[in-house]
Write a protein that binds this ligand. Structure first.
Ligand code: PLP
Length: 481
């Protein structure tokens, strides 16, 4: 399998890359995002043969075509097995019916940091470490987080000698649980950076590090944000998992995805491209509704980010959306690169009426405001006895708004554990959800974090300095981080 950039051809014609290359690089050198040059195909009979497999084996079968010969089969099975052994249940992603409503919650939050991002990052951390160890190389992860990616990425690579991780988050805009899950990790390879700015500022800073190719090469930068295709790959698995449990391939299934960077729902789109019968997707947004506005109008226009109860979706520029746009631009990397450059400078991108009509057959979208989010948490609890987090609550509302066919099961992706957002849940239900026992002392652990203004020069200097210190271990122990 070969990988290409969404902007391929815009800066010469680089050789096609393999899985190991794109996993280590994260972001393409031309500024685009990697994806396979063609999707692996699963026939109806092949999908039927996957029924009843345990999660780990299903994951192996779905992902094997993507990784090619990067890992031998035994190694790949072992890495997957270890990744999902870190989850609280061997089911990994339990599927719960909501009464007889035809709706189901797919619980993706049973990993170490209580959000769906563990599903991909627990595996990616192990794949990276295995590959770097084999090559005797070191890599530096620079990432931006609106909350959940940061802790999941840190937990996935903590204490690994092959990797240093620098995680940028918007100061004061992540929940206390989210912040503490990052800042209380006492590992020498973990560097938390609180930026004076929004998540989009953090994402821009991270991207700017990658776009400085000399800096990028000097530190062997790698990205574990959802722009890394390996994450999309690992997320494809649970769409198959849920659909198979609900009658696929004989019966179609619909999915609702609370969305921010569009990585999660894009993985569902990929599953559909691979042959899984998905009738349609519902994209849920909070008041930061650039995606909902796009699916309504075909026009993408950025506005200010406003903080909400669902901070992991407080995003205006959904980086993964470029992968869907790539198909809307008939996989023409040159035209897409031009469109993205124009979007960067004007803040607006428009697709044609035909392209819009095409994607609206497959995607519905809707927004839920703050009172609506709280009301949904209370409603789900009252009607079905399930306590959901504010991100899942957004999905719960739009799923009901956009059921197209009552005979088609609707799966709502439950993306975070309610205890990760206790304030919102308490506001909605009057009860504070307790942290699971393994995180019980989180609020008492010491924090380590650096403050930074929204300034790329300062960020690069900090990374240079820390990496130089790591190279001189005697100096490292003296530094307060
Ligand atoms: C990251 C995150 C999202 C958004 O997922 P994307 O892949 O960025 O669309 C939604 N809910 C939770 C809890 C998250 O952590």
């Amino acid at each position: 399998m070969h990988y290409i950039s969404t902007r391929h051809g815009s800066q010469g014609n680089p050789a096609p890359l393999g899985f190991e290359d794109i996993m280590l690089a994260g972001l393409a050198r031309d500024g685009g995002l990697y994806l396979p040059s063609a999707w692996p195909q699963f026939s109806t009979a092949e999908i039927a043969a996957l029924k009843g497999l345990p999660y780990v084996e299903l994951a192996f079968r779905i992902m094997r075509p993507f990784v090619g010969d990067t890992f031998d089969e035994a190694t790949f099975r072992r890495l997957i097995g270890e990744a999902y052994a870190s989850f609280e249940t061997p089911e990994v992603a339990p599927l719960k019916p909501l009464g007889d409503s035809g709706m189901h919650l797919l619980e993706l939050f049973h990993g170490p940091t209580l959000a769906f991002k563990d599903v991909a990052l627990q595996l990616l951390g192990r794949m990276l470490d295995h590959t770097l160890t084999r090559k005797s190389q070191h890599a530096t992860i620079v990432g931006a987080t609106s909350g959940d990616t940061g802790s999941a990425a840190i937990e996935a690579v903590r204490d690994r000698k092959t990797i240093d991780i620098f995680m940028l988050f918007p100061r004061g805009r992540v929940s206390e649980v989210q912040r503490r899950q990052m800042t209380t990790v006492a590992a020498p390879n973990v560097h938390n950076i609180a930026v004076q700015g929004t998540f989009d500022d953090c994402q821009d800073l991270a991207k700017a590090c990658f776009n400085d190719l000399a800096f990028r090469d000097r530190h062997a930068l790698t990205a574990v944000n959802s722009i890394n295709f390996a994450r999309v790959m690992a997320q494809i698995v649970y769409y198959f998992w849920a659909a198979l449990k609900l009658g696929a391939p004989e019966r179609p299934v619909a999915f609702t995805v609370p969305s921010g960077n569009f990585g999660n729902v894009y993985a569902g789109y990929a599953a559909r491209q691979m042959g899984l019968p998905i009738s349609h997707f519902v994209v849920g947004t909070n008041s930061n509704d650039i995606l909902a506005r796009f699916f309504e109008s075909g026009v993408m226009t950025t506005t200010e980010v406003v903080p909400t109860f669902s901070p992991s979706m407080d995003i205006q520029i959904s980086s993964n959306f470029e992968r869907l746009l790539f198909d809307l631009y008939d996989r023409n990397g040159v035209t897409l690169a031009d469109a993205m450059t124009a979007f960067r400078s004007t803040g607006t991108l428009k697709v044609g009426a035909n392209a819009l009509a095409g994607i609206r057959q497959l995607f519905d979208a809707g927004r839920v405001d703050e009172p609506g989010t709280l009301a949904a948490i209370a409603d789900c609890r009252r009607r079905f006895g399930e306590t959901i987090d504010p991100h899942t609550a957004v999905g719960y509302v739009v799923a009901q708004r956009h059921r197209r066919d009552p005979a088609v099961p609707m799966v709502v992706l439950a993306t975070a554990h309610p205890a990760k957002f206790p304030d919102a849940v308490e506001k909605a239900t009057g009860e504070r959800p307790p942290l699971p026992a393994r995180l019980g002392d989180l609020m008492d652990r010491a924090e380590r974090v650096d403050g930074l203004r929204n300034d790329i020069v300062a960020l690069k200097a900090l990374i240079d300095e820390r990496r130089a210190m790591a190279a001189a271990p005697a100096a490292r122990s003296k530094v307060r981080t």
